[in-house]
Write a protein that binds this ligand. Structure first.
Ligand code: GLN
Length: 487
């Protein structure tokens, strides 16, 4: 098979070719390794997707001639992994200077499950520092560029993962989503991104941002690949007390029609603040859903407009606590020649963290301080409960909720860095689902000004199988014209 033919394959198709013996795992690995390494070597002239790339195919890949059997369903397919997943002996820095060169002594459960299924680690991907951001401009390792237009951002915080998959530098990738970090970059790069139900995938070994929201999930070329990767990741892990046994096995999606499916469109997330071109694509997607036999009706998520305000109290509060461990004592960066302990802490954290992370730590610490706790954190939690109730009420009337994934297409590098509030608005449509802990997928639904637009489909907790099926049917009807090879 030629390299061009190999690059045309989805990850599932590549796995099938390997299983059939028409492609070797080593050949597949080498095609991607060469492309990923070239991007890394190009530095600022490339997309800057990666913070680490494997030097060569692992022994197991070279040796595995019987790859792709049922026991190792991902055998031979290389995987790019967001920097914040701990990978034993491989730099895991969460996009931060404070963890520069950190080599963890263990591997995150999500990654080790995928390795057990046969996936091999191709690269670690660039991200916003500690996953705080919507543009990948908050990385200590430089911004990632969008392969559709290099003067634009790929979205964030899983920007390196999204850009790598869109540009055909990795067959698929792992990301994390706290308020939109899988779905929004997937939308801006024209690929598929799934945030699973909170608890579906173990968080063990993920460098924490906001523990009650963080979820790992796939960034892929199509819905089938997302299902395959998810299938191998889910499940209870005794090392993460919030992980749950998925109530049934994840199945690969096959649906082509949507007869009997009812979609709800919340007025609150589909009107004001959404760019005209995005809305146009969104409404065209609703027409495709109707063509497939679905019903579309209005629903209300009355508290959704308050989701961002609640999120920007809850997420920084949890972050301020999670990030307290980075103090220069045990690992990571330490300021040189400190005068005393306090000076060591202060300078380590000042120099090691970037501006956005420091801003969140201060916001979070303030929100949790005694006397303010109830006014801010307590109140935000009450809003969170209201948002969950809104979804519960909506899902009594409709099967899934449809919204645009992001209010705009990819914006210019530097365009929003001076205005955190306008940056935070990038997650206007994704944060409500994060607060409610429900699954949501972004699939590409068209182009506006030549740039990809994402359609978000959200379902009730643990509805992944039906969600993936519905997304698969929509994907077929939308026939998004933007294969990675053409980027
Ligand atoms: N952009 C949001 C933030 O900055 C969400 C990030 C995420 O999901 N990790 O917090």
């Amino acid at each position: 098979m030629s390299a061009t033919d190999i690059l045309e394959l989805t990850a599932s198709a590549a796995a099938a070719e390997i299983a059939a013996g028409s492609l070797s795992a080593a050949e597949l690995f080498d095609v991607y390794q060469e492309r990923a390494a070239a991007d890394r070597a190009a530095g600022d002239h490339g997309l800057n997707c990666f913070t680490w790339v494997a030097e060569s195919a692992p022994e197991a890949v070279v040796a595995d001639k019987t790859a792709g059997n049922g026991a190792r369903p991902l055998a031979g397919v290389p995987l790019a992994v967001k920097d914040l997943f701990c990978t034993e002996g491989v730099p895991s820095q969460s996009g931060s200077r404070i963890l520069e060169g950190y080599l963890p002594p263990y591997t995150a459960s999500a990654v080790s499950r995928l390795s057990a299924a046969g996936a091999s680690l191709l690269a670690k991907t660039n991200q916003d520092e500690f996953a705080m951001g919507s543009s990948n401009e908050n990385s200590a390792y430089g911004p990632v560029r969008n392969p559709w237009d290099r003067s634009r951002v790929p979205g964030g915080s899983s920007g390196g993962s999204a850009a790598a998959v869109a540009a055909g530098l990795a067959p698929w990738a792992l990301g994390t989503d706290t308020g939109g970090s899988i779905r929004q970059p997937a939308a801006l790069c024209g690929i598929v991104g799934l945030k699973p139900t909170y608890g579906a995938v173990s968080r063990y070994g993920m460098i924490a941002f906001a523990s009650s929201l963080d979820q790992a999930g796939p960034l892929t070329r199509d819905v089938g690949d997302a299902a395959l990767l998810l299938r191998e990741m889910v499940g209870r892990d005794e090392r993460d007390a919030t992980s749950l046994q998925f109530p049934h096995p994840i199945e690969l999606p096959t649906a082509e029609r949507l007869d009997g499916v009812t979609f709800g469109v919340p007025e609150e997330l589909t009107g004001e603040g959404i760019e005209a071109g995005v809305l146009e694509s969104f409404h065209a997607a609703l027409d495709r859903a109707r063509d497939l036999g679905a019903q579309v009706r209005e629903v209300h998520l009355a508290h959704a407009p308050h989701a961002l305000s609640a999120y920007y109290v809850i997420a920084p509060a949890e972050a301020s606590s999670n990030l307290a461990r980075f103090d220069g004592v045990r690992y990571g960066y330490r300021a040189e020649e400190p005068r005393d302990l306090l000076d060591m802490y202060t300078r380590t954290r000042h120099d090691g963290f970037g501006a956005e992370v420091r801003r969140r730590i201060m916001l979070g610490t303030y929100a949790l301080s005694s006397g303010y706790y109830d006014a801010y954190y307590g109140r935000a939690q009450r809003v969170r409960t209201k948002i969950s109730e809104d979804f519960r009420t909506a899902f009594a009337a409709v099967d899934f909720i449809l919204t645009p994934t992001a209010p705009t297409v990819a914006f210019g590098l530097g365009e929003k860095t001076g205005d955190p509030l306008s940056m935070y608005l990038s997650d206007y449509c994704t944060v409500p689902m994060s607060l409610a802990g429900i699954p949501a997928i972004s699939i590409p639904c068209g182009l506006s000004r030549g740039l990809p637009v994402g359609l978000q489909v959200a379902g009730s907790a643990f509805s992944e199988n039906r969600l993936l099926d519905v997304a698969h049917a929509l994907e077929g009807a939308l026939a998004f014209d933007g294969s990675p090879a053409r980027v």
